[in-house]
Design a protein around this ligand. Structure first.
Ligand code: GDP
Ligand code: IMO
Ligand code: MG
Length: 432
C-alpha cells in the first residue's frame, strides 16, 4: 500500500480530474498542492458532469477529505463560488470534508487585474502568454516576493494593516506604470474582511494533518494541476504557468516529505493538446487536428478557448517520465483516435539538420524543431466505453504498447470515455 501522486505529463487537460475521481474511491484524502483556479478538471458520473477548478476532485465522493495545500494560490471569491455551484449539484462542502492550509497564499482582485493588464499590454507587442487571466502569476510573484497575504492573516485583522500597506505599495507602483487607478488601502481591507468568515472555518495546519494521517496508514492521493510542459522550470518557458507542476512539488506544496509520496502516475492523453501560446512541435492545423478537437471536445474548461491539437509526442512524454519520476501512466482519450486510418507518433526532432531525442530548453530552438514521426496503422472499431483489455482492437493494443516502449513507462490505467467507470485497470497504483 502506498500514496499516489497524479500529475499531467503534457500541457494540461490530460484527464486528471477523471482519473483522480476514479482513484479517490481507493483513497482517504485528496490533496491539491499547486496552481489555483486556472485548473479545470472535469468528472462525469452517470452522465452528470462536475467541473472543479480549485477544489480537489475527491470532494464529490462522500466520506473523503479534500485538502488544499500551502502550494496552492487561493482566490477566496472563486472558492466560495465553486462551493456554491457544487451545492447546487448536491455536493456539500463543509469543514468536515475540506481543509485549507493556513500558509496558502491568497489571490486578490489586484492580482486578477494585473494579470489582465499585463496580457493586454503584451497583446499589442505580440508577446502575450495566453494566461487564464485569473491572477495566478501575480499571486505567486507576491508569495516569492514575501509580501503575500496568506489565509492565516485573515484571523489577525490587527496585523493586517501593515501587510496590506506592503503589498499595495508594490501594486500601486505597477498600476501607475500601466496607467490604472491606484487601489485604496480600505478597499483591500474590505475585500479581506468580507471573505474572512467564509474561509477561516476551513483553515488548518495541513502538514500536521497529513503527518497524522500518514502515521495512521491513511491513503493519500495528490492531485496535480496543469502539466509538466507548463512547469515554471521544466516547461516551455516563458509559455508556462507560474508554479512547479512536477511531482516533486507534491511534497513542498503540502508539507509531506518526498519519501512518503509513493507511486507517481502521469496522466497522458493519447494525442497532444495545448491551450494558449507557445511552441507545439506536433500541432496539426489540418483536418485531422480539427477532427481531434471535435471528437475530443477540446475546449478549455476554464476559459472556453479552443485547444490546439496534434499527434502524440513521445519525446515530450519521455522527458516528463524523467522529470517527474513517473512510475506508470494513465492513458486517456484513446477512443478519440478511433477510425483514423494512419496514426503518427513523434519520436524525436530535427534541429538544424541534427537528430535529437528531447525538446531543447531554448525558446528559439523549441520554435525551430521539426518532429520525426513513425506511422502506425489505425483501427476501424469503436473503443468508446471499453472496460476490458480484451475489448480493444489489436491495432489499438499495438498503439498502446508502442507508446509504453517509446516513453519508457507502463500503462497502469486506460480511459475510454469521460465516464468514471469507462476505465481499464492494469495495475492498481495504491497496491504497487
Ligand atoms: P484535466 O484538466 O486534466 O482534468 O482534464 P480536463 O477535464 O480539462 O479535460 C479532459 C476532457 O476529456 C474532459 O472533458 C473529460 O471529461 C474528457 N475525458 C477524460 N477522459 C476521457 C477519455 O478517456 N475519453 C474521452 N473521450 N474523453 C475523456
Ligand atoms: P488543468 O489543470 C491547460 C495554461 C494557460 C496558459 C499558461 C499560463 O485543467 O490541466 P496561467 O493562468 O496559469 O498563468 O496561464 O498555462 N494553463 C493551462 N492549460 N490546462 C490547465 O490546467 C492550465 N492552467 C493553465 O492556458 O497557456
Ligand atoms: Mg483541464
Amino acid at each position: 500500500m502506498t500514496n499516489v501522486v497524479v500529475i499531467g505529463s503534457q500541457w494540461g487537460d490530460e484527464g486528471k480530474g477523471k482519473i483522480v475521481d476514479w482513484l479517490s474511491e481507493r483513497a482517504d484524502i485528496v490533496v491539491r498542492f499547486q496552481g489555483g483556479h486556472n485548473a479545470g478538471h472535469t468528472l462525469v458520473i452517470d452522465g452528470v458532469s462536475y467541473k472543479l477548478s480549485l477544489l480537489p476532485s475527491g470532494v464529490v465522493r462522500p466520506g473523503k477529505m479534500a485538502v488544499i495545500g500551502n502550494g496552492v494560490v487561493v482566490d477566496p471569491h472563486a472558492l466560495i463560488a465553486e462551493m456554491g455551484r457544487l451545492k447546487d449539484q448536491g455536493v456539500d462542502v463543509t469543514p468536515e470534508n475540506l481543509r485549507i492550509a493556513e500558509n496558502a497564499t491568497l489571490i486578490l482582485s489586484i492580482h486578477r487585474e494585473l494579470d489582465g493588464m499585463r496580457e493586454d499590454a503584451a497583446s499589442n507587442s505580440g508577446t502575450k502568454i495566453g494566461t487564464t487571466r485569473r491572477g495566478i502569476g501575480p499571486a505567486y510573484e507576491d508569495k516569492v516576493g514575501r509580501r503575500a497575504i496568506r489565509v492565516m492573516d485573515l484571523a489577525d485583522l490587527d496585523a493586517l494593516d501593515a501587510k496590506v500597506d506592503r503589498i499595495l505599495t508594490h501594486h500601486n507602483a505597477l498600476r501607475r506604470g500601466f496607467g490604472a487607478p491606484e487601489v485604496e488601502h480600505s478597499a483591500i481591507m474590505e475585500e479581506l474582511t468580507s471573505i474572512a468568515d467564509r474561509v477561516l472555518p476551513f483553515m488548518d495546519s495541513v502538514w500536521r494533518l497529513l503527518d497524522k494521517e500518514r502515521r495512521k496508514g491513511s491513503r493519500i492521493l495528490f492531485e496535480g494541476a496543469q502539466g509538466s510542459l507548463l512547469d515554471i522550470d521544466h516547461g516551455t518557458y516563458p509559455f508556462v504557468t507560474s508554479s512547479n507542476t512536477v511531482a516533486g512539488q507534491a511534497a513542498a506544496g503540502s508539507g509531506m516529505g518526498p519519501g512518503s509520496l509513493g507511486y507517481i502516475l502521469g496522466i497522458t492523453k493519447a494525442y497532444t493538446t495545448r491551450v494558449g501560446e507557445g511552441p507545439f512541435p506536433t500541432e496539426l492545423t489540418d483536418e485531422i487536428g480539427q477532427f481531434l478537437g471535435e471528437r475530443g471536445h477540446e475546449f478549455g474548461t476554464v476559459t472556453g478557448r479552443k485547444r490546439r491539437c496534434g499527434w502524440f509526442d513521445a519525446a515530450l512524454v519521455r522527458q516528463s517520465v524523467a522529470t517527474n519520476g513517473i512510475t506508470g501512466i494513465a492513458l486517456t482519450k484513446l477512443d478519440v483516435l478511433d477510425g483514423i486510418d494512419e496514426l503518427k507518433i513523434c519520436v524525436g526532432y530535427k534541429l538544424d539538420g541534427q537528430e535529437i531525442d528531447y525538446l531543447p530548453a531554448a525558446q528559439a530552438a523549441q520554435a525551430r524543431v521539426e518532429p520525426i514521426y513513425i506511422t502506425l496503422e489505425g483501427w476501424k472499431e469503436s473503443t468508446v466505453g471499453a472496460r476490458r483489455w480484451a475489448d480493444l482492437p489489436a491495432q489499438a493494443i499495438k498503439y498502446v504498447r508502442q507508446v509504453e516502449e517509446l516513453i519508457g513507462a507502463p500503462v497502469a490505467l486506460l480511459s475510454t470515455s469521460p465516464e468514471r467507470d469507462d476505465t481499464i485497470l492494469v495495475t492498481d497504483p495504491f497496491e504497487d
